[in-house]
Design a protein. Structure first.
Length: 186
């Protein structure tokens, strides 16, 4: 594994940040794990669907969370495709743009409920920025490349897990409120 030379100066070495094939074993695992996580989140959301369906904010968060994990599955799949780093960079930027579009859609929906951007929203915007930086870095072969992309990937998985936990806790609280209301009417 030689890494001598400077790519920007036309050297003959290849930096690990831009050798996509060096990352494919990791991303093969991440793709399967993300797909499994998507299935588990779908089941967990389905178990609490009545409580989630009653509150617009919970519906929006569940939809956004599902979308985020599916974008991660697609990103992992993009890394597995044999392609030039610039093409992968464009696909990663497109993924980040889709996440940004989902963020805007979710925030508009939450705005209707009277809520403002909270810390989760700012974290999501930071993850989008890291994704765009990683994609651009791959395209121009300068900067962190796959290290940025992978950082964004792992951070987004953590974000999705935290968001799923808080979503399911809110659904559980709603279900408990409903049970208390039913028992007080009886």
């Amino acid at each position: 594994m030689q890494t001598t030379g400077d790519i920007r100066a036309g050297g003959d070495g290849v930096d690990q940040a831009y050798r996509i094939e060096a990352w494919q074993t990791l991303y093969s695992t991440l793709c399967g794990a993300s797909a499994a996580l998507a299935g588990l989140l779908f089941i967990a959301t389905s178990v609490h669907i009545q409580a989630i369906a009653k509150i617009e904010g919970l519906r929006i968060r569940a939809a956004a969370n599902t979308f985020l994990i599916m974008v991660l599955v697609a990103e992992a799949g993009f890394v597995l495709l044999p392609q030039h780093p610039a093409v992968l960079g464009a696909e990663i930027c497109l993924s980040a743009a889709l996440i940004l579009a989902a963020f805007i859609w979710a925030r508009r929906g939450l705005h209707r409920t009277g809520r403002r951007i909270n810390r989760r929203g700012w974290v999501q915007l930071l993850l989008v920025a890291i994704g765009i930086a990683g994609g651009v870095s791959l395209a121009v072969r300068w900067g962190g490349g796959m290290f940025l992309v992978t950082t964004q990937f792992f951070a987004t998985v953590g974000f999705v897990m935290f968001n799923a936990y808080s979503l399911l806790m809110a659904a559980e609280v709603e279900e408990d409120r409903e049970k208390i209301a039913q028992s007080s009417r009886a």
